[in-house]
Design a protein around this ligand. Structure first.
Ligand code: SAM
Ligand code: SF4
Length: 330
């Protein structure tokens, strides 16, 4: 079987698929208050098209998928799509990134889907008022309730916390404290300028180093050996049930071991979060491409994967990074 191996010897086994560009929240660091310009529905990949693209990718060695968006649970019958994907015998892990505002009633169903093992829940503050201000929606109670239910579920729970200067840096250690009794992996993410056109000025960069120093002010942490392709560097604290991680999303020190590609909700293939889109898969399949054509295409696209996110950013033809993570698929 041909495998997806790039020019730097990295084998791709993980795809991040944005199932929609729509979202029910309006996080300040992700999009403007009025939302982003969403695309007409017919421009979004259908679930059947997504299933097919993923099937072909799994035949080239992909065995893990992360479903994201926009908010995946906003898309009608997303749970049905998860069931459909579960039938792909070459897929081992189906992971989901969600804001958690719409999933409480689905948790039992998700638990039955054996390949759905990891849920990343985005929660940037443990204070209701602040959370609602960041997301510009009044959903803290629902998200918190969901977090507690997910922690008790049979799925692994990771919390995504975007560290935002001037907004929530004073809560970094409150999140760390959560891991004392809860089996949660809290992961702090460096804020990136993907916010749908400069709605929020980042005042100060809270880098990996700065976040770690903040944690070390209160806790004695020990680094845990992470999987080679992990996006986070992870730490444990003695006698704490959970763990803490930091994702150097913006300082990009993790690119060497990248094993990922992305497909946006409109079917744009991306080799890197920071590139500006490499190929329109949707039009390719709508114009009649066969599965063999797709395989050949993927094998050649992967050879264009840039060495790292800085090179990807420098190669952009559409200007500086400013699109919303909601369109890219975070
Ligand atoms: N709506 C879902 C959610 O919020 O989890 C999935 C999509 S969201 C774009 C995926 C992740 O990207 C979230 O954890 C979010 O916090 C993160 N994100 C969005 N904009 C970001 C930015 N400018 N910098 C860093 N992370 C960002
Ligand atoms: Fe929506 Fe997620 Fe972006 Fe927040 S971070 S606006 S929840 S897509």
């Amino acid at each position: 079987m041909s495998k997806l191996i790039d020019n730097f010897g990295r084998q791709i086994n993980y795809v991040r698929l944005a199932v929609t560009d729509r979202c029910n929240l309006r996080c300040q660091y992700c999009m403007p208050a009025h939302g982003i310009d969403i695309v007409p529905r017919k421009e979004l990949l259908t679930f059947k098209e997504m299933y097919r693209l993923i099937r072909v990718l799994t035949e080239l060695g992909v065995n893990k998928i992360r479903l994201t968006g926009g908010e995946p649970f906003v898309r009608k019958d997303f749970v049905g799509f998860l069931e459909m994907l579960s039938f792909n015998d070459l897929l081992e892990d189906i992971n989901i990134t969600t804001n958690g505002a719409l999933i409480y009633n689905h948790i039992e169903t998700l638990e039955k889907l054996k390949k759905v093992k990891n849920i990343n829940l985005s929660i940037d503050s443990l204070k209701a008022d602040r959370f609602n201000e960041i997301t510009r929606r009044n959903v803290f109670d629902e998200v918190y309730k969901t977090m507690e239910a997910l922690e008790k579920s049979n799925m692994n729970l990771k919390l995504n916390v975007v560290v935002q200067s001037g907004i929530n840096t004073d809560e970094i250690n409150d999140f760390v404290r959560l891991t004392k009794d809860k089996n949660i992996a809290v992961r702090f993410i460096e804020e990136m300028p993907f916010n749908g056109k400069g709605q929020r000025e980042m005042q100060e960069n809270w880098t990996f180093k700065k976040i770690l120093n903040e944690i070390k002010k209160e806790f004695s942490v020990e680094e845990i050996q992470s999987e080679k392709s992990s996006t986070s560097r992870n730490f444990s604290i003695e006698n704490y049930v959970g763990s803490v991680g930091i994702i150097p999303a913006f300082t990009r020190t993790i690119c060497n071991d990248c094993n990922r590609i992305r497909i946006t909700s409109t079917g744009t293939f991306k080799n890197c979060l920071f590139d500006d889109g490499v190929f329109n898969l949707r039009d390719f399949i709508r114009n009649g491409a066969s599965n063999d054509d797709l395989k050949e295409l993927f094998l050649s696209l992967i050879k264009e994967k840039p060495e790292n996110g800085f090179i990807a950013e420098a190669n952009r033809t559409k200007g500086n990074v400013s699109e919303s993570m909601s369109t890219i698929g975070g």
